[in-house]
Design a protein around this ligand. Structure first.
Ligand SMILES: CCCCCCCCCC/C=C\CCCCCCCCCC(=O)SCCNC(=O)CCNC(=O)[C@H](O)C(C)(C)COP(=O)(O)OP(=O)(O)OC[C@H]1O[C@@H](n2cnc3c(N)ncnc32)[C@H](O)[C@@H]1OP(=O)(O)O
Ligand SMILES: Cc1cc2nc3c(=O)[nH]c(=O)nc-3n(C[C@H](O)[C@H](O)[C@H](O)COP(=O)(O)OP(=O)(O)OC[C@H]3O[C@@H](n4cnc5c(N)ncnc54)[C@H](O)[C@@H]3O)c2cc1C
Length: 663
């Protein structure tokens, strides 16, 4: 049967080279080729089907995830996939699994915090999956407050071992992914006790389960913590609970890059900063920022394609009704999300560069950029995950009633994504870290020159009093005008917080009292980073007909949308006047009209297969209605015409004889 492309008329409207944009989105021709090849490989293999996920019981769902993870591993081995190809394959398999934590946290923790000898011993086993690891930091009683963890690791000089113990109920490890049913080993975080003295939290490699029959080792109590939000969704993951009852491990299983305990029971601190114990979190936050654009672009692709297919009202003389994408309200909700997906893509790329840079510096014992890397990863993780979770939900609403169907893919995407606002650091707690960094920067102005993402603070005197020069709506397209407005807002909000803090005798009390304002200042700073990196990206040469122009439109939409949304900040700090705000809004409307003919092509540039999208509403050919109709009949509830339970619960109701006059 010939495949009809119901969105062909939309694709014909586009004004730029979509193939060139695909390469910009992927990051390079190599990245595009890799993504394209692996996503098609996964999509064409029935072993990776995922369309029944929301209908399975937890046990069946979990077993199916185990099957897929094993099948993915077999594919990787059989096809001799490289590390890069294997990571892409896991990404396109698109099912949260214990392997995410094994590859995403267990391996990086050993790499980042283990000594050379420890890496040589443990990494080959982990790379071959002869051991499976998880990252066991959070406890029932403490997640954000890492210093408050209660699990202990007490050195026993008699036997040259650590005794790992959970002294209280609240010290039970709680949440680690992969722990519940699969992991054979954990990086467990515990308070290091040597000679009766507490040296704070450190990581330890602890075996949990037998490598022969998977039973928990003596002293280990372990299981799953139960069902989580949503059907299917993150329930493919075995988040676990774990208690240690005086479990003994050899001394050399303490991760010893940051600090060491000698055979004689002496504690030694290396010359690397203690904060490197938190290094795995910095790494994962960086990957979460890169992933935010993937999750948001998926939702936006679905909502954009469906908005072009869906028609409501406006038929003239019996002609077709209006495509909902042509309503200005739909555009003003959808296009900023499309622009955000691109903005997050580029900030993810930049953050990866920053992380690589700081890692190289750390290896050369240069720790100077660590505070900035921590602030950037923490702040951008917070900002992008909050916007993405909200954006996915907005996309569901943009799809009207059909968005609420599991077959739209949006409910599961939301349920899988939303914990990203909490895991790897609660988003508010992370913004408070950024605020601390900003307050420190302001307090050291004149003493220490701010560089990198806080470099704009060197011009604080100018930024505190500059006036916006915009006179016509088009003036808002000038990158300098945009940048200055965002810099002035961020600087003024930070300086105002610092001034208010100075009124408190006790700085910690002041910080707690002003924390809501501090979070807003942190948001302003992080938005400035995203805006400035998007603008910087556009200063590079970008090949392909019309590609750069489209990206300029998206950059302006992203920036002016933020300005519009946060105009309270911009007005109250005096960075702009109401007239400027109104001109910005006029410009935004005009940009929506410019992006409209290119909207479908801009989401095609994500190059997602229908398998990866997992959405009838977002399918490439736009043939939505027949597919929705067919899918309905495949629901298990429609296996029989008369439902189970009819004779028990419906028929007796219908047949009841009630002799009440009123009824
Ligand atoms: C089915 C459909 C499929 C659909 C798929 C959709 C697509 C999905 C995309 C998925 C995306 C990604 C997947 C990735 C997989 C992820 C899987 C989940 C993994 C989750 C794992 C976890 O959650 S692990 C646990 C994480 N825990 C935390 O993050 C805890 C948060 N708390 C902290 O980090 C800290 O405790 C604190 C920073 C908040 C406070 O610490 P502390 O008490 O020590 O703090 P101080 O404030 O006193 O700080 C001391 C100084 O240290 C500096 N600091 C703090 N942290 C760091 C750091 N990390 N690095 C460097 N420096 C740091 C701090 O700034 C202080 O400095 P000074 O002020 O200079 O003293
Ligand atoms: C799906 C999922 C997977 C996870 N996977 C893992 C894993 O693999 N390994 C692991 O170790 N952990 C894991 N976690 C745990 C996760 O890292 C923690 O839940 C997270 O760090 C938040 O900590 P918390 O639960 O203690 O939140 P809390 O700190 O209890 O937060 C509760 C509320 O208090 C607020 N709050 C807390 N402190 C402050 C403060 N100082 N100032 C202002 N407000 C504050 C927060 O903003 C929030 O609103 C996972 C969690 C989830 C949901």
């Amino acid at each position: 049967m010939e495949r009809v492309d119901h969105l062909a008329h939309e694709r014909n409207k586009s004004e730029f080279d979509v193939d060139a944009m695909k390469i910009v989105w992927a990051g390079s021709p190599h990245a595009f080729e890799l993504s394209d090849r692996i996503s098609k490989l996964v999509a064409s293999d029935p072993g990776f089907r995922k369309d029944n996920r929301t209908m399975l019981s937890r046990k069946d769902l979990f077993k199916n995830t185990l099957r897929k993870a094993a099948y993915a591993w077999k594919t990787i081995v059989d096809l001799h996939l490289s590390e890069e190809e294997a990571a892409k394959l896991r990404f396109y398999v698109d099912e949260p699994a214990y392997t995410d934590l094994h590859w995403g946290m267990f391996v990086p923790a050993i790499k980042g915090q283990g000594t050379d000898e420890q890496q040589q011993k443990w990494l080959p086993l982990a790379y071959k999956m002869q051991i499976i690891g998880c990252y066991a930091q959070t406890e029932l009683g403490h997640g954000s407050n890492v210093q408050g963890l209660e699990t202990t690791a007490t050195f026993d000089p008699q036997t040259d071992e650590f005794i790992i113990h959970s002294p209280t109920l609240t010290s039970s490890k709680w949440w680690p992914g992969g722990l519940g049913k699969v992991a054979t080993h954990a990086i467990a975080y515990a308070r290091l006790i040597v000679g009766g003295r507490d040296y704070g939290v450190n990581g330890f490699i602890v075996q949990l389960r037998s490598l022969e029959d998977h039973s928990p080792l003596p002293g280990i109590t372990v299981g799953d913590i139960g069902m989580k939000f949503g059907n299917g969704a993150y329930n493919t993951m075995d988040n676990g609970v774990l208690q240690f009852d005086h479990v003994r491990i050899p001394r050399d299983q303490m991760l010893m890059r940051v600090s060491q305990v000698t055979r004689e029971g002496k504690y030694k601190q290396s010359d690397v900063p203690r904060q490197l114990v938190y290094g795995t979190m910095v790494y994962v936050r960086q990957t979460i920022v890169a992933d935010a654009s993937c999750a948001l672009s998926r939702a936006v692709c679905i909502a954009t394609r469906y908005s072009a297919v869906r028609r409501q009202f406006g038929s003239q003389n019996g002609g077709p009704e209006t495509q909902v994408i042509d309503y200005k309200t739909q555009q003003s909700r959808l296009f900023p999300l499309l622009a955000s997906a691109y903005a997050f893509r580029f900030i993810g790329e930049w953050l990866k560069w920053l992380y690589t840079d700081v890692t190289q510096r750390l290896q050369a014992n240069d720790f100077s950029t660590l505070p900035e890397a921590h602030a950037c990863t923490a702040g951008l993780k917070s900002l992008t995950t909050t916007a993405t979770a909200d954006g996915i939900e907005e996309c569901r609403k943009l799809c009207g009633g059909h968005g609420y169907l599991c077959s739209s893919g949006l409910p599961e995407l939301f349920a899988v994504y939303v914990p990203a606002c909490t895991y790897e650091g609660d988003n508010t707690v992370l913004l408070l870290q950024v605020a601390r960094f900003l307050m420190k920067t302001v307090s050291q102005l004149g003493v220490k020159k701010p560089v990198g993402t806080i470099g704009y603070m060197t011009r604080v005197d100018h930024l505190m009093q500059c006036r916006c020069g915009v006179q016509r709506a088009e003036d808002w397209l000038n990158p300098s005008a945009l940048l200055e407005a965002f810099e002035a807002r961020a600087a003024r909000m930070s300086v105002a917080c610092a001034q208010n803090l100075s009124n408190f005798d006790n700085p910690e009390e002041g910080f707690a009292e002003l924390s809501a304002d501090l979070v807003e200042a942190a948001v302003a700073h992080c938005q400035l980073i995203i805006v400035s990196k998007f603008i910087e990206k556009l200063q590079q040469e970008i090949p392909g007909k019309g590609v750069k122009q489209q990206l300029e439109v998206l950059c302006n939409i992203y920036t002016l949308f933020l300005l519009h949304k946060h105009q309270g900040d911009f007005l109250s700090t005096g960075c702009i006047t109401p007239k400027h705000a109104s001109l910005a809004n006029d410009q935004l409307r005009s940009l929506y009209s410019q992006v409209r003919p290119n909207a479908i092509a801009l989401v095609d540039a994500f190059n997602y297969t229908d398998h990866f999208l997992g959405s009838i509403l977002g399918c490439y050919d736009g043939n939505v209605y027949p597919k929705l109709y067919e899918a309905a009949w495949e629901d298990p509830l429609n296996d029989s015409v008369v439902p189970d339970g009819y004779h028990q619960y419906i028929r007796p109701l219908l047949k009841q004889q009630i002799r009440t006059a009123r009824l």
